[in-house]
Design a protein around this ligand. Structure first.
Ligand SMILES: Cc1cc2nc3c(=O)[nH]c(=O)nc-3n(C[C@H](O)[C@H](O)[C@H](O)COP(=O)(O)OP(=O)(O)OC[C@H]3O[C@@H](n4cnc5c(N)ncnc54)[C@H](O)[C@@H]3O)c2cc1C
Length: 419
């Protein structure tokens, strides 16, 4: 079984403490590795910006396992290899006439890593990617495989999907699917932030999926509207919208970066998986030279949160590459940052200098935590893991679930220790 030395995260800002990274080629080899290890946990594509994927033992990557996408059309689900990237499952799903209802800004990330951290896209009706999970198969501490499903164990599954890698190595994931659909993407520049704060529903209800990019400093934003052909229509969009101007050339979220990295815009309809992410699978997503932080606040607090960020705009400016505002519908997964409430997700792409960025992240959080913000599990935060855990009503239940699955803490790290 191939093993390598210490690994880093995608951004190159973290070198994991794990001594070895295993890449088993078979499920039996994976189970044997887990059974033999004192401490072990799964690593996806390492797109997280903190030590959530780390362990003092060994890491296991699943991308050497056979890549499988098994569609059950009657059930409306597809069971996919947990270590597969969304980019790898989208093609087979689309070819069979199916789609996922939501995707993150990039398709490069694994299904298990995304679902373990509550990863989300955008849309007033769009829940987190984790909320599409209908079932999991998990390799437990003894190497045995345990199966959970929404039908058989609904409450257990609600605790087990956003599990931060703490319950074991997820082997495959069953996802809700729906008939394939087309999306047309339009970009509007010069959206007044005053307008966005005054009418959150008009901005974010304007299409199936809406993102607004801003620097919180200029008073304006750039809105990306992803219109679903079968519900929003395919006709041309007006030149002016809420005070913004329709873009006549493609854009990248980061000012000055080539839009060749981005999914097609200018209203050209295309398959769901080639429009819902901002970034194309074949290119580096975002910038590559960055760190990220993100807070999900209750949607009802959005105008207050926007006002606070505009006050902080000048302080953020020297370190901020771009910020993004998205909406996420409430779900019922215990550790989902959108648990129990419709949310506005406030994302920040910072320069790649964690030490310089952290004090500003702390200043943002000092303003937004009193509004009920919860940090993204996979990004930078000034919170300790215990402080983040305390932001969840079901934290104690999750702690009990962790101990029932993994009494010896084989899959544990600083994040799971907080419960
Ligand atoms: C450029 C960029 C854009 C991003 N855009 C978005 C976005 O649009 N929306 C958003 O919400 N987030 C976004 N993120 C964050 C990203 O979704 C998370 O970092 C996610 O965890 C990445 O998945 P991964 O496969 O890289 O997971 P990793 O970082 O490898 O791991 C994350 C966690 O999942 C666990 N894990 C991984 N695989 C398994 C498994 N098989 N079984 C059990 N546990 C497992 C790990 O142990 C760890 O705890 C972005 C990140 C980057 C770098």
């Amino acid at each position: 079984m191939p093993t390598t030395g210490p690994a880093t995260n995608w951004a190159g800002t973290i070198t994991y403490g794990a001594a070895r990274v295993h890449r088993p080629a078979t499920v039996d080899a994976l189970r044997a590795t887990v059974a033999a290890a004192d401490r072990v946990r799964a690593l996806g594509t390492g797109h997280s910006f903190n030590r959530i994927a780390d362990t003092s033992g060994d890491l296991v990557r699943l991308d050497g396992l056979p890549k499988t996408v098994r569609i059950d059309a009657a059930a409306g689900t597809a069971t996919v290899g947990a270590g597969m990237r969304y980019a790898e499952i989208a093609g087979p799903l689309h070819a069979a006439g199916f789609a996922l209802g939501s995707l993150a800004s990039l398709p490069h990330i694994t299904v298990a890593g995304s679902c373990a951290t509550g990863t989300h896209g955008s849309g007033d009706t769009r829940r987190s990617l984790s909320a599409a999970v209908a079932g999991l198969r998990i390799v437990g501490a003894d190497g045995g495989v345990r199966e959970l499903s929404r039908a058989a164990d609904p409450e257990l599954l609600r605790g087990a999907v956003v599990a931060l890698g703490g319950l074991g190595i997820v082997l495959d994931v069953t996802l809700d699917i729906e008939p394939a659909f087309d999306v047309a993407q339009w970009v509007y520049t010069g959206l007044p932030l005053d307008r966005m704060a005054a009418d959150v529903d008009a901005v974010f209800g304007a299409a199936y999926s809406v993102s607004v990019f801003t620097d919180w400093h200029s008073g304006e934003g750039v809105a990306w509207l992803k219109r679903r052909a079968d519900s929003d229509g395919t006709g041309p969009m007006p030149r002016r919208w809420l005070g913004a101007h329709r873009a006549e050339r493609p854009h990248h979220p980061l000012p000055g970066v080539s839009p060749v990295h981005c999914t097609e815009q200018l209203g050209v309809p295309g398959p769901w998986h080639e429009r819902l992410p901002h970034f194309r699978a074949a290119f580096t997503p975002s910038h590559g030279e960055e760190v990220q932080s993100e807070l999900l606040v209750p949607r009802s607090a959005a105008p207050e949160a926007f006002a606070a960020l505009r006050r902080l705009g000048p302080r953020m400016a020297p370190l901020l590459q771009v910020a993004e505002v998205r909406t996420v519908a409430a779900d019922d997964l215990w550790l989902s940052p959108a648990y129990g409430r419709d949310s506005v997700a406030l994302h920040f792409t910072w320069v790649k200098d964690t030490a310089a960025v952290l004090p500003v992240v702390a200043a943002v959080e000092a303003e937004l935590m009193p509004l009920g913000a919860r940090p993204h599990w996979a990004k930078l935060t000034a919170d300790t893991p215990a402080e983040t855990a305390a932001r969840y009503d079901r934290a104690a239940d999750f702690g009990a679930l962790l101990r029932s699955f993994d009494p010896a803490g084989k899959f544990g790290n600083a994040y799971t220790a907080a419960f």
